[in-house]
Design a protein around this ligand. Structure first.
Ligand code: SAM
Length: 346
């Protein structure tokens, strides 16, 4: 909100006080969504409206406590009060079911176990370094590999988050112009699998850390292969199109350029790179914050906790690409928060 008063300490409207208080409940919203996910509350509510007692009995939880959880969830659009003490599903609550094709359960599950990173953000503010380094000097990948249960939650969160993203990507971009793909830092291969399903005569190679790739070797299918390695050191697979979804945002400029150069060395002369990233608005527009979506700025804030990475503007990605031998040709919006930055070789 633009400042209205000429004095820094003059009284402000009650609505502004209320607005700030409401923002502070962000952690409550996250925790509430996580409880609904962990206890499969959305799974316990069927197509027809049901009482809290019925949902509680199915989920095996305390009905009085559940009433308070669901009543709060209604305030942010998860469930709806159907009257007579019953609740019904909304579009948002359906996304917290395990059987929804775009289920966000896996992503919501990341919130609790990774909260310790947010607790360390004072370390970031004092030092400018990622919060995760207060827990693991080697950063997020070291932290995750030291805690295999967290690594599993993380990989499943990436897969879960991508379900919605991938549907939007497939609609926004014509992947059928390529015959071969390499998904670098592709996690469990969810993007590559979806692209190959859409381009039936293409093949693809998933490249990620050995521990990640090994966890999906039995789910590859006949047109997809997998290579475990380190994208800073190891040779990358050759392909017409390189997919890097939310990989560059994990790294500072120096590491980002190093990954993009590795891709450049592996690519054939007409090979393309497709960065799939959330873009910060460009240029920064003073006073226009209410019109901007909050998610890109939130992700950028979260990256301060998670890694040396950050979210970037289109212009910053263009510079990183140029420094690694790639020319940004176009940016394709997807309708979601992600954009596709398509680059060719210089
Ligand atoms: C934020 S995740 C993105 C996963 C996937 N592209 C997506 O969007 O769902 C970053 C990925 O980079 C991988 N990664 C991190 N460091 C790596 C390295 N040195 N070599 C190969 N992969 C790495 C991680 O294992 C992880 O799967």
């Amino acid at each position: 909100m633009a400042e209205q008063s000429s004095s820094l300490t003059a009284p402000v409207a009650q609505s502004e006080l209320n607005g700030l208080l409401s923002l502070l409940e962000g952690c409550g919203i996250s925790r509430c969504a996580q409880l609904i996910t962990d206890f499969r509350i959305a799974d316990a509510l069927g197509d027809a409206p049901a009482t809290v007692a019925e949902v509680a009995a199915k989920a095996g939880v305390n009905a009085e406590a559940l009433l308070r959880v669901m009543r709060y969830a209604v305030t942010f659009g998860v469930f709806e009060d159907a009257g007579s003490g019953r609740f019904r599903h909304t579009t948002r609550s359906r996304l917290l079911r395990s059987d929804h094709p775009q289920s966000l359960q896996g992503y919501v599950r990341l919130v609790g176990p990774t909260w310790p990173l947010f607790e360390q953000l004072d370390h970031s503010l004092k030092t400018g370094r990622p919060a995760v380094e207060a827990l693991a000097a080697g950063g997020v990948w070291e932290w995750l590999s030291a805690h295999p249960h967290l690594a599993k939650v993380f990989d499943e969160a990436m897969t879960s988050k991508s379900r919605g993203d991938v549907a939007a990507l497939l609609t926004a971009y014509d992947f059928s112009q390529y015959r071969s793909f390499a998904d670098i830092g592709g996690g469990q291969g969810h993007l590559l699998r979806a692209v190959l399903d859409n381009v039936p005569d293409a093949t693809g190679t998933l490249f990620d850390q050995p521990i990640v790739v090994d966890s999906v070797r039995d789910r590859l299918g006949n047109r997809m292969s997998a290579v475990g390695g380190d994208f800073f050191k190891d040779a990358l697979p050759r392909a017409e199109a390189y997919l890097l979804m939310q990989v560059i945002h994990d790294w500072d400029d120096e590491h980002a350029v190093s990954i993009l150069r590795q891709v450049r060395s592996a690519a054939p002369p007409r090979g393309k790179v497709l960065l799939i990233e959330v873009l910060l608005p460009q240029p920064p527009q003073p006073g226009s914050e209410s019109a901007q979506p909050t998610w890109p700025a939130f992700l950028d804030f979260a990256m301060l906790a998670w890694s040396v990475g950050q979210e970037r503007t289109r212009g910053t990605y263009e510079k990183l690409l140029a420094a690694s031998g790639w020319r940004l040709e176009r940016v394709v919006p997807t309708g979601g928060f992600q954009s596709i930055l398509e680059a060719t070789q210089m």
